[in-house]
Design a protein around this ligand. Structure first.
Ligand code: NAP
Length: 312
């Protein structure tokens, strides 16, 4: 069955279940990554139904893009994939800051094209706003890159509503990415109405809140030094216990639809107006297979309302 869906006003056709690649080459985020396993995962993904892959310069300072570029070039499947990447992190004399200036963006896109071994980037996001560049000027630079065929669609990540409005003065923004999941739903009220009015797709990052929303935790876990979860408030003390309890309340629904809790969670996101696709991370092929099973779930109105209530 063809499940592909269009992202906002762009021409991009993606499978609703994508893949977030920050654990591919993201040595600065995950200390124990094995690049051979990473390559096998990318190969597995591009042979699955998934066609939407999300990366960024910031994941391993270009290493994620490089590994994706190598594996995709070897596979000969570039044309069937939608690759999203992001930039804004600029390193000068060992210091990193955000830069959205037109000159930097043009350079960043050229460098990403090289690392990804491709002639075009399907979706290019400003990863973070900088402090100085007018947002519409940054987007105008991306529009020029689009007209030159180097990128196919324009995205913003980690921008506030006011910053998005400024960036979208000419109506060129097609996709917005930000932190959203069942434990963090503020953007439904504050941002989604604007996105829907302007036909902009929303791609939530941390859809599982680093695995917490898959239902795999029972609250007894602790996390070693250097583990991303150790620094997240959702994994601390009573809040962690409360989160685990809430997620476990999805068990009966998972049973009813004969899928896992993670499928119920992803299926719920796909009922939210501006969300056409999700990009969960995954470290094992079984997780990819499992996440794709979301397409079997068609949540009833009552079940959507139930999830809505549980995670109010
Ligand atoms: N724009 C931004 O600033 C920004 C920021 C953060 C992330 N992102 C993007 O969002 C993507 C997703 O975020 P994320 O990967 O950090 O977090 P996530 O999607 O919330 O969680 C992914 C983790 O959940 C676990 N998992 C995945 N599928 C599972 C399944 N079916 N069953 C059980 N566990 C499963 C895996 O970890 P374990 O196996 O270790 O439990 C996996 O690494 C990133 O890869 C990146 O592309 C963007």
């Amino acid at each position: 069955m063809n499940h592909k869906t269009q992202l906002g006003s762009s021409q991009l056709q993606v499978h609703p279940i994508g893949f977030g690649a920050n654990a591919i080459g993201g040595h600065n985020l995950y200390p124990d990554l094995d690049e051979e396993e990473n390559r096998q995962m990318v190969n597995y993904i591009i042979q699955s139904d998934i066609n939407f892959i999300d990366t960024a310069y910031a994941y391993g300072n270009g290493r994620s893009e490089e590994i994706l570029g190598e594996v995709i070039a070897e596979s000969g499947r570039r044309e069937s994939l939608i690759i999203a990447t992001k930039a804004s992190h600029r390193r000068v004399n060992g210091e990193t800051f955000h830069d959205n200036s037109p000159d930097f963006l043009k350079q960043a896109v050229e460098e990403a094209l090289n690392r990804l071994q491709t002639d075009y980037i399907d979706l290019f996001y400003l990863h973070y706003p900088d402090k100085k560049t007018p947002k519409n000027e940054a987007v105008a630079a991306l529009q020029e890159l689009k007209e030159a065929g180097k990128i196919k669609a324009i995205g913003l990540s980690n921008f506030s509503l006011d910053q998005i409005k400024e960036a979208n003065k000419e109506g060129c923004v097609e996709v917005v990415q930000d932190h959203y999941n069942l434990l963090h739903r503020d953007l439904e009220q504050s941002l989604f109405p604007y996105l829907q009015e302007n036909n902009i797709s929303f791609v939530p990052f941390f859809p599982f809140q680093s695995g917490l929303l898959t239902g795999k935790y029972d609250g007894s876990e602790s996390f070693p030094d250097g583990d991303l979860r150790q620094g997240q408030a959702d994994f601390q003390g009573q809040r962690f216990q409360d989160n685990v309890k809430k997620v476990q309340q999805l068990k009966p629904l998972a049973k009813k639809y004969n899928v896992s809790i993670s499928n119920i969670v992803l299926a719920f996101y796909l009922t939210r107006g501006p969300i056409q696709a999700v990009i969960p991370g995954a470290k094992k092929p079984e997780q990819i297979d499992n996440n794709l099973k979301t397409m079997q779930v068609n949540l009833s109105k009552d079940d959507i309302a139930l999830i809505d209530q549980l995670f109010k």
